[in-house]
Write a protein of this length. Structure first.
Length: 283
């Protein structure tokens, strides 16, 4: 069932229920549930209140914070083509929900936590260098979530519509998003966190070679990603991946602004010609 068809069914259910403009919607679930609820709330009676109760790590540390609502369409438009910004009235996180997730999806969310550590919090990244098992990660998960939410909230406050500094949080998304497009956003083949992990590794490997990133950063990132069973490479042919890269929404004319890291904990925005993107994905 397509998302727009599903949302239309939700509208019908709300109409049958008689939900008014002063009522509240509650999102209890992961990123998709949160986005559907947020989009519905933003458009029902031209905007009603909603509250997020995220249940996946990915939504707890990222998608539930900041009011960025996107719908992934199974068509050429793809991810982020349909959406809006609409802030929830509150976000309530229970770290214990992580224990209900399959291991793959637990690590999928942790990939985004690694991303936030790379661009904005060296101590957060170092937490992942110190732990050696999921049991240890569960023990420090409240601290991981707290740090991630703090980072996300900071960038949302200074750039609520994601037009400038907030794009630092897109580290790994340029290549990762291209990989997801190639797989038509099929989580069974690759999750968002897995695609982002590949994107982070490939772009850092090249930026280190270019002298834009501190030497040794790539090996540290590789160690952490592998410890979380996250991939660092893709079997997609370079030419096909490059064509997918050309559909990135951040492309303006013949240039694109990408996120790189000077070193662990310090991200920055870097503008390059689109034609140079190919060098970041070469085997």
């Amino acid at each position: 069932m397509g998302l727009l068809h599903l949302i239309n069914k939700v509208y019908g259910a709300l109409a049958d229920f008689g939900l008014g403009s002063s009522d509240v919607l509650i999102a209890l679930g992961g990123r998709v549930v949160g986005d559907i609820t947020g989009f519905t709330a933003a458009t029902w009676h031209r905007g009603i209140s909603y509250i997020q109760f995220p249940t996946s790590v990915l939504s707890q540390i990222g998608s539930s914070i900041g009011g960025k609502i996107t719908l992934d369409l199974d068509q050429g438009a793809g991810k982020n083509a349909v959406g809006t910004f609409y802030q929830p009235k509150g976000v309530f996180v229970d770290p214990g929900m992580a224990k209900t997730l399959p291991r793959r999806y637990f690590h999928n969310g942790l990939g985004d936590a690694v991303k936030l550590g790379c661009v904005a919090d060296k101590n957060l990244f170092e937490l992942f260098e110190k732990v050696s098992s999921d049991t240890e990660i569960y023990r420090v998960l409240p601290e991981i979530i707290r740090r991630c939410v703090t980072i996300k909230a900071h960038y949302v406050e200074i750039d609520p519509l994601s037009k400038g500094e907030r794009r630092i949080l897109d580290f790994g998304h340029t290549i990762g998003g291209a990989i997801e497009r190639c797989y038509r956003y099929n989580d069974a083949r690759i999750t968002h966190g897995e695609a982002t992990a590949i994107g982070m590794y490939l772009i850092t490997r090249r930026s280190e070679l270019e002298g834009l990133t501190k030497r040794g950063t790539t090996s540290r990132l590789e160690y952490v990603l592998k410890s979380l069973s996250l991939p660092i490479s893709t079997s997609i042919p370079d030419d096909i991946l490059f064509e997918s890269l050309k559909h990135d929404k951040k492309i303006k004319g013949d240039v694109i602004q990408i996120t790189l890291i000077k070193e662990i904990g310090e991200g920055f925005l870097y503008t390059i010609p689109v034609k140079e993107l190919g060098k970041f994905i070469r085997k």
